[in-house]
Write a protein that binds this ligand. Structure first.
Ligand SMILES: [Zn+2]
Length: 510
């Protein structure tokens, strides 16, 4: 009998969204402990993948689930949430009894108030508690920032293999690897290379373009039986942290030289493709809206790249709404809008009310200004919305109003939830997304939920906390030089941490 601990704590931080993420955000997506984790998640997401992966090995395994917490991407997590998870991890591992291994499922791009490397701290705590001999396999989102602290704390790192992600697959692969490390007493060798690169997300899909070339090479490396894992990590471009940048990770069955050589090869390949990763596809706002309006049939997806809720933006951009109203597009056009104050006001006004109010620009005020609009409250709904085909079965949107403004059906919500990225969130309001001409999605690459009804995807080059223009984002902590902010020719160019100077500047501001 093999006993494996299971911990899942994940949030992706966007440093340009000023709103802190709190425990309430995790609770909105389901915060579970102990037996409740298996009861709710045994077939879903990375946790479901773990159980499947363990079963497929045929080994006699008891999984000890400790904590499952997930929040949609957003601003840094507050210190209360950070301490809460450290306490839960500590108490859970202490109560678990002797473990033979740990499946540690984190994100890799989580930062807290004053702490850049949350997952590194969590992994180091697990190592401290388990001692040096118990294998730890760390599963990460491949948009994470792999740090030295993470690499030193764990035995192997597994990354998502595709974008859009397949967390189930990552959990399954991690579990299989962990069982193998325990059963075969493998002491793996892990090598990593930081790549001084930060690029926008328009080339992030792994089924095409340079990302496909890079990920395909990792899969090819894994055909060598000595290679346990080859993982590219193209860090998402809104994490402003010390040690930030892309990473290549290679884990072998103990062959240190092979791991080092392949990590170099994987890093060299990304570096050689660096200008291909920077190719832009998004078009200007007015042009994007005109193109969408000119399409003969819907649903035309208008990607609000700068305000990607799945990338941690606040969801309060009104730039596309403004253009739709100015250009008088034909509706109906679905527009999600995360705006707590407006959601409360519309709820109080009641169904059928005609309301004039400022909309948008409530949170990411460095990017957006409120837009005054007049419309009619069509339908109100409070709290959780059932969704299918997603990692959670219901999403808490808080108080939410369907607000009709000209051709736009604006879904004004108190909480961010999933923005409007899942068609299901409109259905409790009596709206069938399939019948609409345009849908604004708050994502730059997770179009899969609307895909069955989508006639065309148009990326709009909008500004915001997730914007494609990485040059004008207010970076303060990213180590420099980094391409393309600086034109460096060699990926080994020494980089200076700016953490100390930036940290004191941040403290001084507070
Ligand atoms: Zn990701």
């Amino acid at each position: 009998m093999m006993r494996l601990g299971l911990i899942h704590v994940s949030q992706e931080t966007n440093d340009f969204n000023p709103q802190l993420t709190t425990l309430r955000d995790y609770e909105a997506f389901g915060l579970y402990e102990g037996a409740e984790i298996a009861a709710r998640m045994a077939n879903a997401g990375q946790i479901g993948g773990h159980y499947r992966g363990v079963a497929e090995t045929g080994a006699d395994v008891e999984t000890v689930p400790i904590i499952r917490a997930h929040a949609v991407a957003g601003g840094r997590i507050d210190l209360a949430a950070h301490r809460f998870f450290l306490d839960k991890i500590r108490a859970g591992l202490e109560a678990a009894g002797p473990l033979d291994g740990l499946a540690l499922q984190l994100h890799g791009a989580c930062a807290a108030e004053g702490i850049d490397d949350v997952e590194g701290v969590q992994a180091a705590l697990c190592r401290d508690l388990l001692g040096p001999k118990v294998p730890i396999v760390l599963g990460l989102d491949h948009h994470g920032n792999v740090t030295r602290q993470m690499v030193e704390a764990v035995d192997a790192i597994v990354g998502h293999r595709t974008q859009p992600h397949d967390p189930f697959d990552t959990g399954r692969i991690g579990a299989a690897l962990l069982v193998r490390l325990v059963r075969d007493r493998i002491r793996p060798a892990m090598a990593f290379r930081k790549i001084p690169l930060v690029t926008h997300q328009e080339q992030f899909l792994t089924r095409q373009g340079p990302m496909k070339v890079w990920f395909d090479r990792a899969r090819a490396m894994e055909r060598d039986p000595r290679v346990l894992q080859a993982a590219p990590f193209p860090m998402q471009p809104w994490l402003d942290v010390d040690e930030g940048g892309w990473t290549a990770v290679v884990v072998t069955d103990g062959d240190r030289a092979l791991a080092e050589r392949l990590a170099d090869e994987l890093a060299d390949l990304a570096w050689s493709l660096r200008d291909d990763f920077l190719v832009r596809e998004a078009v200007g706002i007015d042009e994007a809206v005109r193109m969408a309006d000119a399409e003969p049939k819907g649903v035309v997806v208008l990607s609000d790249t700068g305000d990607t809720v799945f990338g941690g933006a606040a969801g309060d951009s009104n730039l596309l709404l403004d253009a739709m109203l100015r250009l008088k597009v034909r509706g109906p056009a679905l527009v999600p809008m995360v705006a707590p104050r407006a959601a409360v006001r519309l709820t109080e006004a009641g169904e059928g009310a005609r309301v004039t109010l400022p909309l948008g620009g409530e949170t990411a005020t460095a990017f957006f200004r409120p837009l005054e609009v007049t419309g009619t409250v069509r339908r109100l709904h409070g709290g959780k919305v059932p969704v299918s085909g997603y990692q959670d079965s219901e999403i808490d949107m808080g108080r939410t109003a369907l607000f009709e403004v000209g051709p736009a059906l604006v879904l004004v919500s108190e909480l961010r939830g999933v923005g409007g990225n899942l068609p299901d969130v409109y259905r409790p309001f009596g709206v069938e997304p399939r019948d609409c001409r345009i849908a604004v999605l708050k994502t730059a690459s997770n179009f899969q939920y609307f895909a069955p009804m989508t006639s065309r995807v148009i990326r709009a080059d909008t500004r915001g906390p997730g914007q494609s223009d990485v040059f004008t984002l207010p970076w303060s902590r990213l180590p420099r030089p980094i391409y393309p902010l600086e034109k460096i020719a060699d990926r080994s160019t020494p980089r200076a941490s700016r953490g100390v100077a930036a940290q004191s500047a941040r403290t001084a501001r507070n």
